[in-house]
Each structure stands twice: as C-alpha cells, then as structure tokens.
Ligand binder design. Structure first.
Ligand code: PGA
Ligand code: MN
Length: 473
C-alpha cells in the first residue's frame, strides 16, 4: 500500500502571496486540501476571479480542492483614519458612535461601526484594538462617545478589529455585507462557508436558511472566537457542519493561557459529535517571514495532530507570507512524522452505536487487524462517512467514492478521508471494480493488498449492507 496518505488535512488562506496560477498550482500539488477566501478585505470581483482560478488550476493538476468562504459576521471595526497613528500610554482617545475624526479639547477620536457600544461597556472596562495590540481603558461614557485612556500603546491604522472580552456584542449574526458575499460565494461554488464570531446555534441556523434561499448546498463551519460561542459550544456543534477553533480572536477574548485547553476540549467534543474540526491561526506565524518554522511552532502543529483535529489552517502565512509553499510542505512533514508513530487504534466512544454504526466500527477493526489496508466506501450523500472518520482509525485510509461532485470536495475536510469523484454503474460490483482499478492506477494500492469494502448489495431485490474483504488483483 502506498504510505503517502495523510489523515490530517491542510487549509490555506488565499491572498496576494498565493493568488497567481503558478503558486496555486504548487500549493495544490504540495497537498493543500481546502482554499479559504477571507472576506474581511475581499471584494466580490476578487472572489469570483479566484474561485474560477482555483477551479482551473485544480483541473490542470487533477485535484479539485474545496473552496471555503470565511464571512466576517458581527465584527466591530474602527473607522478609516489618515495614515497610521502612534498611540502613547496615558494619552486619551475618544471612541465616537457617530461621525469621525473631530477632536474635543485636544483629544483625538476615532469612530466604530457599533452605535450601541456605549451601552455595552462600563467604566474601567478594557477595549482591545487590533488583536489586543492596543489596550484602551474606559474612563467615562457619554451618549455619543466613550472617553478612554491608552493603557498599552502602539500603532493604530484604519479599520482595525475591536474585541470586547466577555461582552455580548449586539450586532446581527449576518450583516448585509456578509449576505452580499454569500450570494457571490454561492454562485461560485463554495463548498463551505465559515461564519465568524458564532455566538449561538441560531446564528448557524440563520446562515443555513440563507444558503437555502441562495440554492447552495454548501456546508457551514462555526468559528468559535469568543466566550459566548464557547458557552454555547455543544448546541453550536450540533447545529453546524463543523467547527473552527479560531485561536487568533479566542486568545484576545479569553485569557490566552486557556487556549490549549479550549482547543483540546473543542477537538474532543467535535470528534464525539462526529463533526469535523479545524485548528486555526498562528500555526507557522514566523514563516510569514522565514523559510523555516520555530521549534515551538512545530510542536504546536504536532499537538493538533495528536489531538486528531480534522484539519489545520494557515492564515497570514499563505495569504501574505513570503514562503507559502514551504508552509504547506512543513505541515506535511510534521503530519507524516507524527502520524507514522501513532499506533493503529481507533475511538471506541464517540458513536451512538446503531446497528449500522457498529458495522462501521467492525470494518475498522477488521482493517486494523489485517494491517496495511484501507476501507472503501460508496456514498451519494456522505451520511455515514463523518461517523466513520470520527472513529479516527489510525493507519487506515478511508477511500470514499461518490458521484456527487460537491460532496467529493466537501469530504476533503474530513480526517482520514481520500475522496474520489466517480461515475456509479448500475451493477454495483462493476462500480467497486472500477474503483479498485482507480486506486491501483493512482498507486494507493498494489497487487495482493487487501481492501475492506463497505457497500450494500442487491439480493433478491433487497438492499443488504455488507463488509467485504477483497484482494487487489
Ligand atoms: P480570522 O479568524 O482570521 O478571520 O480573524 C481566525 C481567528 O480569529 O483565529
Ligand atoms: Mn477571527
């Protein structure tokens, strides 16, 4: 058996550093599984152009990767300002609910896109700007502005993100701009939509309804970025098709020392619920400027792999970094090593074991007992694949065949799954034989390898679930 399969998937964020056809091709060839379009700074035109380009390059390489649109959700942002300001410790700064720029008694001011912010904060609260680089303490509140004092100074540019740790922001889950983006994304074949700052299950349901209205079958990923999302984590996992541990904002909204535990707990919960999970942000941050990672970064990536996250996600490293291809190569190296030393095992716990699910587990037991073998599954809607993947059968690739193109790219997110988009024949045995042929052609298997096949067969017009053991000829 070809030992090149990889259980842990790689997501990269598209940006100026990666949007040329040449770099995209290198990334896909290197093994990137999902391409994320971050809509924080993107335009509709860019999104359309990129979706087309990724598809085109994927066709050329012979690997369709999934597109994930990341919409911004309820984010508070500062207004546009002239140039970049240096904020000094002790300096006062007014945050205006309306208007922009005018200063009162020599105090500079900025405005925000959140008119209710005066009600949300109280005296003594700390407002964090630009991922917590700048801290502003609330001195006094007026109906139309908040006077603050700079406690940690630094640079302030335009449209910087504001965090209010522990405060529930009263902005809609989906803004009008998000809706515009989603419409374009739906038209351009997004396989996933990731929603930022999901606070409750209702936010996900709202997005799902909107996708229905847009005629999109895309799956929805809930980005857990603040304390509110964490509080409602179980319900959010149940409502969504997957979760992202958005460590960037989480580390600002929560004390950063809690991040490792939040990550571990979220990954465990998602596996338990049979939903995919993504560990995101700062995995290889130093590689934005350097061709090799720090040792601490390598350990961080390895930790996520040990925890058996479905995917890890690169952000700035690939959108604006100098070494995007090296980043993907680095992740691949760490994955290959860590996955090669984890012994063959699987989860016993996570399933509500219906008869069908017990059968999935039996297939895993059989495959691991035989060793050096994978499981082939045929699916139209992918229902049992998530369950199979959540058993986390190490050393056992899951070859999933489907005749639904969108599903085939969506399956790229799942731990251990190698999806194949194929034609199904009327005769099920012919479909299986063609699929085995494909695995052999692509060198996933060689002669005399065993394969476990999970499929239903027709016996006297009745469909019967079976586990088969086949030897590759
Ligand atoms: P962002 O989300 O990159 O869209 O901010 C991820 C995170 O906060 O970690
Ligand atoms: Mn974020």
């Amino acid at each position: 058996m070809k030992t090149q399969y990889r259980h842990t998937k790689i997501i990269f964020t598209l940006g100026p550093a990666t949007e040329s056809e040449e770099v995209l091709e290198e990334l896909i060839r290197s093994g990137a599984d999902i391409c994320r379009l971050n809509m924080a700074h993107a335009t509709n035109e860019w999104c359309e152009q990129m979706a087309e380009r990724v598809k085109k390059v994927g066709e050329r390489v012979g690997k369709d990767i999934a597109l994930m649109m990341d919409v911004k959700g309820p984010e508070i942002r500062t207004s546009k300002i002239e140039g970049v300001w240096e904020l000094m410790v002790g300096e006062k700064l007014d945050i205006m609910m309306r208007g922009n720029g005018e200063s009162k008694g020599g105090v500079r001011s900025i405005s925000v896109n959140y008119p209710e912010m005066t009600e949300a904060v109280k005296e003594g609260d700390v407002i964090l700007v630009d991922s917590g680089l700048v801290h502003l303490k609330v001195l006094e509140k007026k109906p139309d502005y908040i006077r603050t004092e700079v406690v940690i100074g630094g640079k302030l540019g335009s449209k910087r993100h504001i965090n209010l740790p522990g405060i529930r922001v009263n902005l809609p889950a989906l803004t009008e701009q998000d809706k515009e983006h989603i419409k374009i994304g739906a038209k351009n074949g997004m396989a996933f939509f990731a929603l930022s700052f999901v606070r409750e299950a209702k936010d996900i349901e709202e997005l799902k309804q909107y996708l229905k209205d847009c005629n999109s079958n895309a799956r929805v990923i809930a980005k857990i970025e603040d304390q509110c999302g964490l509080k409602n984590l179980d319900a959010i996992i149940e409502a969504s098709d997957g979760v992202m541990v958005a460590r960037g904002d989480l580390g600002v909204e929560c004390p950063f020392e809690q991040i490792p535990i939040i990550q571990k707990m979220t990954v465990e919960k998602c596996i338990l619920y049979g939903k995919p999970v993504i560990v995101a942000t700062h995995l290889l941050e130093s590689m934005t400027y350097a061709p090799v990672p720090t040792r601490a970064e390598v350990s961080d990536v390895a930790q996520a792999i040990y925890e058996q996250t479905d995917a890890v996600m690169l952000s700035g490293e690939t959108s604006v970094g100098k070494y995007p291809v090296q980043c993907v190569e680095t992740i691949k190296k760490v994955v290959a090593h860590v996955e090669s030393i984890i012994p063959a095992k699987h989860n016993e716990g996570p399933l509500i074991l219906s008869g069908k699910n017990k059968m999935l587990r039996s297939a895993v037991v059989l495959a691991q007992e035989i060793g050096n073998t994978g499981i082939m599954v045929f699916t139209r809607r992918g229902e049992s694949i998530q369950k199979l993947s959540s058993l986390r059968p190490t050393r056992c690739p899951l070859y999933v065949f489907t005749d639904d193109h969108l599903l085939s790219v969506q399956l790229r997110l799942l731990w251990g799954v190698e999806p194949f988009y194929i034609k199904f024949f009327k005769d099920r045995n012919q479909t299986i034989e063609e699929a085995v042929k494909l695995l052999k052609e692509r060198q996933y298997v060689i002669e005399n390898d065993y394969l476990i096949v999970l499929t239903n067969i027709l016996v006297s017009r009745k469909s019967i679930d079976t586990i088969q053991l086949r030897k590759v000829e």
